[in-house]
Design a protein around this ligand. Structure first.
Ligand SMILES: [Zn+2]
Length: 171
């Protein structure tokens, strides 16, 4: 039976080889239970498909929360020119994956879907991470304490890290 209106919501499932645990990076995170070979699609990043206008409204609410000292985490992915995906829903376990500047996973997008894929071999008990790669324009909003050599202290698109370094050096 088909109905008009928003597309059905997809429910994500934690695969058997992944577990939820306390993270050394931030709150909770996802961890490998077993060895995960490079290029394994680990989990789909699911959520609510929303229009750009709705994404903008939610972004404004997020910034207001952040300004009030609350949770400023970003869960919205850009899907295409018309739609974004808001992963801040209970049924998206992939939202628990933390950012790292030298991550072991990456987000891959195709045909309107987003998968978190192993970027290299991952050992049991390693925390799963990917690079959130926020745009340069908002780097100051996203401090990072991941401790990687490549970390500039903020979460920003890898190609823009040099600009953040330069800004921090006062140049
Ligand atoms: Zn970092």
């Amino acid at each position: 039976m088909s109905r008009a209106g928003p597309r059905p919501l997809k429910h994500g499932k934690l695969p058997a080889f992944v577990r939820l645990g306390r993270s050394g990076l931030h709150g909770f995170g996802l961890f490998a239970r077993d060895f995960i070979p490079q290029d394994t699609p680990i989990i789909e990043y699911v959520g609510e498909r929303i229009t750009k206008a709705e994404a903008q409204r939610r972004e404004e609410r997020r910034l207001a929360r952040l300004a009030a000292g609350g949770d400023g985490c970003v869960y919205i992915f850009e899907l295409n020119r018309r739609q974004d995906l808001d992963g801040q829903v209970r049924w998206n376990p992939a939202r628990r994956i933390n950012h790292a500047c030298a991550p072991n996973c990456e987000s891959q997008q195709g045909r309107g879907r987003i998968w978190i894929v192993a970027q290299r071999d991952i050992a049991p008990d390693e925390e799963l991470t990917y690079d959130y790669g926020f745009p340069y324009s908002e780097w100051r909003d996203h401090p990072c304490r991941c401790g990687a050599t490549a970390c500039v202290g903020y979460i920003v698109d890898t190609r823009q890290r040099w600009r953040v370094r330069r800004a921090l050096a006062g140049g």
